[in-house]
Design a protein around this ligand. Structure first.
Ligand SMILES: C[S@@+](CC[C@H](N)C(=O)[O-])C[C@H]1O[C@@H](n2cnc3c(N)ncnc32)[C@H](O)[C@@H]1O
Length: 275
């Protein structure tokens, strides 16, 4: 099987629609149209990588949120909003560029009985620095979204936005996916776990080069490769104090798949940044 993903005709990663005529504008980000929003919901809820690696580590780093006011930036299907609510957060705001993803969030949260005043949703581009309704926040969560920053200015705007919206002492918990892997790791990940990333450029991919992922159920996205140091330095430049957190496998996983190897292969970097 070739290491290259099939060519897709979609809006390039990081390039978004500026048409904001309606309150919530559909298709502002092409990788999360109605079909892809549903497929992402399946990946976030059911995949080994999200549940027992990415999700497990993100939740562990989030820690105690009892009584806290929280924001999930680029909230996707709202799984971490739900987690924050279940763990006792007093209010959770979810922002995302995709109206389709926000619709999935609303459906999921309604189905699980979240009271209407415990959460809110706001469609916006994270690059537009603004004070969000409900803030300032004790905690901001960014799960696998900073990889949509296609240049340094955009990366700094996203981080400045989070910094502005946090209380002094507030924390940003940020998980990045480096969406390209060396050839051998990429093949192994595909054979064992049916996850396909872009093959890294010779000598290793550099920050702001293209990235791509496709999961077992057909959810796929184009995005941006970011080296961990690029994110770390940008966080420091924004004013954050930064801790890098190594990833571990979920000790409660008792399935048959090789979780320990998955944790080694998945190109995740986890940061806890404090204002
Ligand atoms: C891979 S999903 C991650 C969703 C969720 N945070 C999680 O960890 O499951 C990436 C999310 O980033 C959102 N996104 C991409 N570019 C964005 C932007 N410029 N502003 C706001 N959200 C954006 C997408 O719509 C999508 O919901």
């Amino acid at each position: 099987m070739s290491g290259e993903p099939p060519a897709k005709k979609q809006r390039p990663a990081g390039q978004i629609s500026q048409d904001k005529e309606n309150d919530e504008q559909l298709n502002r980000i092409a990788d999360y149209d109605l079909k892809m929003a549903e497929l992402y919901n399946g990946v976030a809820n059911d995949s080994l990588a999200h549940k027992h690696c990415m999700g497990y580590n993100l939740k562990k780093a989030i820690g105690d949120v009892k009584g806290q006011v929280c924001i999930e930036a680029a909230c996707g299907n709202g799984a971490y909003m739900q987690f924050l609510h279940d763990k006792g957060a007093s209010f959770v705001l979810g922002t995302d560029l995709s109206a389709e993803n926000l619709a999935v969030c609303r459906t999921n949260h309604k189905a699980s009985g979240v009271p209407a005043d415990a959460m809110d949703y706001f469609q916006s581009d994270l690059g537009e620095v603004q004070a969000y309704k409900g803030g300032p926040f004790d905690l901001a969560v960014m799960g696998c979204c900073i990889c949509y920053c296609s240049n340094q200015d955009m990366l700094l705007s996203w981080l400045k936005n989070m910094y502005k919206n946090l209380k002094p002492g507030g924390r940003l918990v940020c998980m990045n996916t480096r969406g390209a892997l060396p050839d051998a790791e990429q093949e192994e990940l595909f054979i064992k776990f049916k996850i396909r990333y872009l093959k890294e450029a010779p000598g290793g991919s550099k920050s702001f080069s293209p990235a791509f992922v496709r999961f077992h159920n057909g959810w796929q996205t184009d995005y941006i490769f970011l080296e961990a140091d690029t994110i770390h330095k940008a966080m420091v430049e924004t004013g954050f104090k930064v801790e890098r957190v190594p990833l571990v496998g979920d000790p409660d996983y008792n399935g048959k798949e090789d979780l320990a190897r998955l944790v080694q292969l998945m190109p995740y970097d986890l940061f806890v940044a404090t204002k």
